[in-house]
Design a protein around this ligand. Structure first.
Ligand code: SAH
Length: 352
């Protein structure tokens, strides 16, 4: 950080913050006090941190900012889904979505501004990647949503890194983010309640298996072979299934965690029972679950969602052949719920 520029305090895991405070001669427990102010008492200024000395508060405010994203646009659905378009300090706009399940409130967090993966069915890739988000900007998405939920006495209990962006294209910041929200003395979102979804970046999967956290991994598969997959996902050319599947298997062996394979059901593209049979063979001994995703229509994209009956048959075929399979519950169909749609709508307007 250059002189004059402030580091965002929301971007530090507790361990790192402790070291920074020690470096300026403070006791380690000060970092815990700070975490408590930020994530438990949720104050927005150093002056409110009454158990810190005035000197320390001044030192902190000359080195750190407490910037949180602002709400640029908010959409709320009949089913309680909340979609936010947030504005970052540099004006970048980023989406996050809250989905209400029986087991808790899951926030879908974005990891990048735009995305360079260019999947054929996805609205996020309509706007190319501008930059990765910092850990602080990802924590900011959780903080802003928590502030909205506070009046209902609710909180974000689960996080899925499945918003705009490819998390393994921004690996370090995503992992910092996870360590921050996982911190027991802070937001305390359990590792088992955190999921990262990747389009299949193999070096990222390998690193993720070494993290030693009980976090979950989802792989966007979307096709049972490279021929179909490469038409949907350009990344399939760089990391074909013959390399991807062994990497997933190795992850499962190393981490002891099972993976979820995501599979968007696209009419006439990947929804046949032949595809289901091929998928059974492909997944084989990785023991992964399959989550079938109803396609969220994107008007710029030439795909249609598969018929419900076809999706159910596909699911039954997998379940009958030893692969655990569910159909993803849909949220917020009355708002722009598909990944990246809200942002595309506003960015296009503002560019015109
Ligand atoms: N880049 C990561 C995470 C972001 S995308 C990944 O590829 O996994 C999150 C999930 O939403 C992916 O499975 C993606 O393929 C899916 N998705 C993208 N556009 C969609 C759409 N229009 N309808 C349904 N799912 C979509």
């Amino acid at each position: 950080m250059g002189e004059g520029s402030l580091c965002n305090l929301y971007g530090f895991p507790l361990g790192e913050l402790t070291k920074q405070l020690e470096a300026i001669g403070e006791k380690p427990y000060r970092a815990q006090q700070l975490f408590d102010w930020l994530y438990v008492k949720k104050v927005h200024s150093f002056s409110e941190m009454s158990n810190l000395s005035k000197d320390l508060r001044e030192t902190l405010s000359s080195s750190y900012s407490l910037f949180l994203p602002s709400i640029f646009k908010k959409e709320e659905s009949q089913d309680g889904t909340i979609k936010l378009l947030l504005e970052m300090e540099d004006g970048a706009k980023v989406e996050c979505v809250l989905m209400r399940y029986d087991y808790g409130n899951a926030l879908c967090v974005s990891s990048e501004v735009g995305c360079s993966m260019a999947c054929a069915f996805c609205a996020s890739g309509l706007l190319r990647k501008e930059r990765g988000l910092t850990a602080a900007e990802m924590v900011g998405q959780v903080m802003v949503m928590n502030a909205l939920l506070e009046k209902e006495m609710e909180r974000v209990s689960h996080v899925v890194v499945m918003g705009t962006g490819e998390p393994f294209d921004n690996y370090d910041e995503v992992m910092r983010f996870i360590r921050i929200i996982n911190e027991q003395k802070g937001l305390a979102i359990g590792a088992r309640h955190i999921t990262v979804s990747t389009c299949g970046i193999i070096p990222g999967i390998q690193r993720y298996s070494e993290e030693g956290l009980q976090i979950n991994l989802a792989i966007s598969l979307h096709a049972p072979n490279d021929e179909i997959r490469a038409k949907l996902m350009p990344i399939a050319r760089k990391y074909p299934l013959k390399d991807l599947m062994p990497a997933v298997k190795e992850y499962v062996e190393k981490s002891g965690r099972r993976v979820t394979f995501e599979y968007i059901m696209l009419r006439g593209v990947n929804d046949s029972l032949d595809c289901a049979a091929e998928l059974v063979r492909l997944i084989g001994d990785t023991f992964g679950y399959v989550n079938l995703i109803p396609f969220n229509p994107v008007k710029e994209k030439p795909f249609e969602r598969a018929d419900r009956k076809v999706v159910e048959k596909f699911r039954d075929y997998l379940n009958n052949h030893g692969i655990k399979c569910t159909i993803r519950k849909e949220f917020g169909t009355d708002i722009d719920a598909a990944c990246g749609q809200l942002r595309v709508k506003y960015e296009r307007k503002s560019r015109q």
